[in-house]
Design a binder for this molecule. Structure first.
Ligand code: BEZ
Ligand code: FE
Length: 288
């Protein structure tokens, strides 16, 4: 081992794995080590650059806590989260997209047709559609979680001026697979940029903005859980999402709403201000 060279180090390291190493662990770690070593050789990594990288990882650990995970943000802004989503998205169903750091378990239940606007200000919108399987059949008992920003671009949990669970609900579909609710339009917002992930954005002249979106998790027995987002087609950041979450099947038109055409069970039907919009969006779940 004392004659180790840049050309022999990688194979030497990989040869050290014991016979009981799980084959998938060996496959993943071998590829990771090979790419890491090739990367260092390709760019001629200096000591200063290597130290800077380690300092960034150290700072990511220091800035992370139960509410903020800077390592996930690294993965997001470097496109890894979206790449993993895309290579694992089955064909013929709704595409998945990033979960983001602002999901909170335990959102209150809202019946189909319920109102989530409450005291929130902002352009009003009815969001509705169906949860279906790949044959188009409605899925009964699908649980949809929805969370979004208020008009100020902040999520409850992030913003002390909002009540706990503001603009967060859970809704269960009936036999027709339908969901519907009234809410306000979410606002675009920047991902946190005061940590080392933000330093990467600044160092490369990138902005931190995400297009506005509605976050969804859709779960149903016998189906794969879908984590996704729905974006308005007229958002100025649609083609420059800082975390690469936009897919064309997730872009929806916010169409002008017609009160008379609204289903009778929309709780806020009579209270909706003129100028409200309607978003129709169906979820198609792959089998488990
Ligand atoms: C979000 O959509 O909430 C989000 C996603 C990735 C990074 C930061 C925020
Ligand atoms: Fe978000």
């Amino acid at each position: 081992m004392r004659n180790v060279t840049p050309d022999s180090l990688t194979d030497l390291l990989l040869s050290l794995s014991g016979p009981d190493t799980d084959p998938r662990v060996q496959e993943v770690l071998s590829a990771l080590v090979r790419h890491l070593h090739d990367f260092a050789k390709e760019v001629g990594l200096t000591h200063a650059e290597w130290r800077k990288g380690l300092e960034m990882l150290t700072r990511a650990g220091e800035i992370s806590d139960s509410e903020r995970n800077e390592f996930v943000l690294f993965s997001d802004v470097l496109g890894l989260s979206s790449l993993v989503d895309m290579i694992n998205s089955p064909k013929g169903c709704t595409n998945s997209s990033v979960l983001g750091p602002f999901h909170i378990l335990g959102a209150p239940n809202l019946p189909v047709g319920g109102d989530m606007i409450g005291d929130n200000v902002g352009p009003q919108v009815v969001v509705q559609g169906h949860v279906r399987d790949q044959s188009g059949a409605p899925i009964k008992g699908a649980v949809i979680e929805l969370w979004q920003t208020a008009d100020n671009g902040l999520y409850s949990g992030q913003d002390p001026s909002q009540a706990d669970y503001n603009l967060r609900i859970s809704m269960t579909t009936g036999a027709d697979g339908r969901y519907a609710l009234s809410t306000i339009r979410p606002a675009p917002y920047p991902v946190p940029s005061d940590g080392p992930a933000g330093d990467i954005l600044k160092a490369t002249g990138r902005h931190a903005w995400r297009p506005s979106h509605l976050h969804f998790i859709v779960q149903a027995p016998g189906f794969r859980t879908l984590v996704t987002e729905v974006f308005p087609s007229d958002d100025p950041y649609l083609d420059q999402d800082a975390v690469f979450g936009v897919r064309s099947d997730l872009v929806m038109e916010y169409k002008p709403g017609d009160r008379a055409a609204l289903p009778a069970d929309i709780a806020a039907r009579e209270r909706l201000a003129d100028g409200f919009s309607v978003v129709d969006f169906d979820f198609v779940l792959p089998p488990a």
